[in-house]
Design a protein around this ligand. Structure first.
Ligand code: M6R
Length: 602
């Protein structure tokens, strides 16, 4: 969480920093600030405030200078306030920080600086420590200081005594860097600076970058120069705006047919799944005897779909783990286990730590990641990149459907390698998968119907979702969407479980979303719908066209696909439901309260 940016060059730093912070706001939006080196005063001048970057923009109109750092915050240590906003200055040193410094209390006491601190943050301690370690050599001071830190950090640092220079150092939390004829740029994420150059690099951990107008110099902690691996940005950052939509979430929902198709098509050759473009060897699927999927939130819900698909089509056992609990659950891992980590950002710390743990235990690892060069991608033995493009809205939509698309491909691959499907079976499976983008398009074309249905939920405080088979994990995702952007308390249940307790909560007028896509489960699901209807629930049914029955009064018809493939159009229709409820309630759909897009704290 938190976004950091830095720039030094020949242009006005303020404009570049503010623009970058606007793109980084999805990492946190409690408060924001910038520091710019003022050549006349020969010091870094800071403006920061509680609230969004727009507010900061108004307060910084007279800031001048060509070198600066900026920050957008998701509060961890210390509440949301002007004082706790970054940058933090101590003596000669100004810093912005992303991460958590776990031993900040100890350092505070050792340095004996409690009475000099202006904030309650862990980050100000980093400024104090670097200042205390400074003896004229910036790199030496930074290295001595960070060696005393425990926790995670990405720090951008300026010294009053070293004009026109930004320093950066990191452990776990990301920093990327690029350069053009106007200067050098650093940020937490390439989306903030990708418009300046297509070529960028990820700052290696435990190195210090000295960034000046004309370039960068990177040294490891022993003082050796480090060569960086240049990466090529394959996203069209220029199409990064909302393209006329009121919110990124709507734009990203609408992009799904195209990005699902892109994710699938580049990995099919001769009607068969083909990961050779990803350099993923078939052997990792051939030799595994079980799969563990590790992820958080929406990405974990994609993993639950993967489990259903792989177990039913390939008869291979799959367990799905919440990344934050993985290491503490005595997971069974050995060389026959394939660990698949799923992450849009590739920076979720819980997933990253679980991945490192699984590798240490000897598992083969494969990650399904959206952001190229991200920490999880670099930590994995194998990577399959989803082709979702930048996802800006905090609520994940196209990342999820492209992750699920990859699971279909993995299922087909394993089925063929383990011969649970023959060539014809796999090519039929792939041919049905190829119909998914058009089915999603069909849902999107009829989105006004979903909008109409959503109106009855605007005043709801609670909602329930019921489904069977693969519809149940699909509803876990739909329920998360509704909760996070509309603030309606929502719970998804396997319909058969209702009678074991939850049905006590069904009272007159409560909204219940029923999902009915599985041919073989339809009669049981209809019974469960009747059960809640007879207790007064207002049921909205999302039903596959051929399964529609007279019990369904308020419904949305889903296009026809084979059972296993229904869930992507189903989830897209439920993403739209959540979206319309949130936007009609007048909420900030893209930036729901208390959340951040990239969760880099445990
Ligand atoms: O970047 P990741 O996919 O690793 O993020 C995992 C979760 O934090 C994320 O999916 C979260 O649940 C979404 N905001 C839900 O919409």
């Amino acid at each position: 969480m938190c976004g950091i940016i830095g720039y030094t060059g020949y242009s006005d730093a303020r404009g570049i920093l503010l623009k970058g912070l606007k793109s980084l706001e999805y990492r946190g939006y409690d408060s924001a600030g910038i520091s710019v080196y003022h050549p006349d005063f020969k010091e870094c001048l800071t403006v920061k405030c509680e609230g969004r970057v727009e507010r900061l923009e108004k307060k910084t109109s007279d800031v001048k200078g060509n070198t600066g750092i900026g920050h957008t915050r998701w509060a961890t240590h210390g509440g949301v306030s002007d004082a706790n906003s970054h940058p933090h200055k101590f003596g000669n040193v100004t810093v912005v920080h992303n991460g958590i410094i776990e031993n900040y209390e100890t350092i505070k006491n050792t340095l004996n600086v409690a009475d000099k601190l202006k904030s309650q943050t862990d980050s100000e301690i980093a400024a104090a420590l670097i200042d205390r370690c400074f003896n004229g050599e910036a790199e030496d001071a930074i290295i001595s200081a960070v060696k005393k830190l425990s926790g995670t950090y990405a720090l951008a640092i300026m010294f009053d005594s070293i004009p026109d220079t930004v320093f950066a150092v990191r452990n776990v939390s990301p920093i990327v860097c690029c350069q053009n004829e106007n200067g050098v740029y650093i940020a937490s994420d390439i989306t903030a600076i990708g418009e300046y150059s297509e070529d960028y690099f990820v700052l290696p951990e435990f190195t210090v970058a000295r960034i000046t107008k004309d370039g960068f110099d990177i040294k490891d902690f022993s003082g050796n120069t480090v060569d960086v691996e240049m990466l090529r940005l394959d996203w069209d950052i220029k199409s990064n705006g909302k393209c006329g939509y009121p919110f990124y979430m709507e734009k990203e929902i609408m992009e799904q047919p195209r990005v699902i198709e892109k994710t699938i098509l580049s990995r099919i050759s001769d009607s068969m799944p083909d990961f050779s473009g990803d350099k993923v060897d078939d052997a990792i699927f051939e030799r595994c005897k079980s799969i563990s999927v590790i992820a958080c939130g929406t990405a974990m819900h994609a993993g639950l779909i993967g489990k259903q698909l792989i177990e039913s089509v390939c008869a291979l056992p799959v367990s799905v783990h919440m990344a934050s609990e993985y290491m503490y659950s005595n997971p069974i891992i050995d060389k026959d286990t394939l660990v698949i980590c799923v992450s849009q950002s590739g920076e979720t710390i819980d997933t990253l730590e679980a991945l490192k743990y699984a590798r240490q235990k000897g598992a083969d690892t494969l990650s399904i990641v959206n952001v190229r060069g991200s920490s999880i991608a670099r930590e994995s033995d194998n990577v399959i990149y989803t082709d979702a493009g930048p996802e800006i809205a905090v609520a994940s939509t196209k990342a999820y459907t492209t992750q699920v698309a990859v699971f279909y491909l993995i299922t087909a691959k394993i089925a063929y390698l383990k011969q649970t499907l023959n060539y014809e079976g796999v090519s039929n499976f792939i041919s049905e998968l190829n119909k998914v983008p058009a089915a999603v398009e069909n849902v999107l074309e009829r989105r006004a119907d979903i909008h109409r249905l959503s109106k009855s939920m605007l005043t709801a405080e609670h909602a329930f979702m019921i489904g069977r088979g693969i519809d149940y994990p699909a509803l876990l995702e739909a329920s998360l969407k509704l909760k996070e952007i509309s603030y309606i308390h929502s719970e998804a249940f396997a319909s058969g479980e209702l009678k074991h307790g939850t049905i006590a909560l069904i009272t007159g007028g409560i909204p219940v979303i029923a999902l009915v896509t599985q041919q073989y489960l339809v009669s049981k699901q209809i019974s469960n719908i009747r059960e809640v209807q007879s207790r007064g629930a207002d049921v909205i049914t999302f039903v596959r066209k051929s399964l529609k029955s007279d019990d369904m009064q308020n419904y949305f018809e889903l296009p026809e696909l084979d059972d296993e493939f229904m869930l992507i159009p189903a989830v897209v229709s439920l993403q739209l439901l959540a979206y319309y409820v949130s936007s009609d309630k007048g909420l900030d759909v893209d930036k729901p309260r208390n959340l951040a897009k990239v969760v880099t704290v445990e």
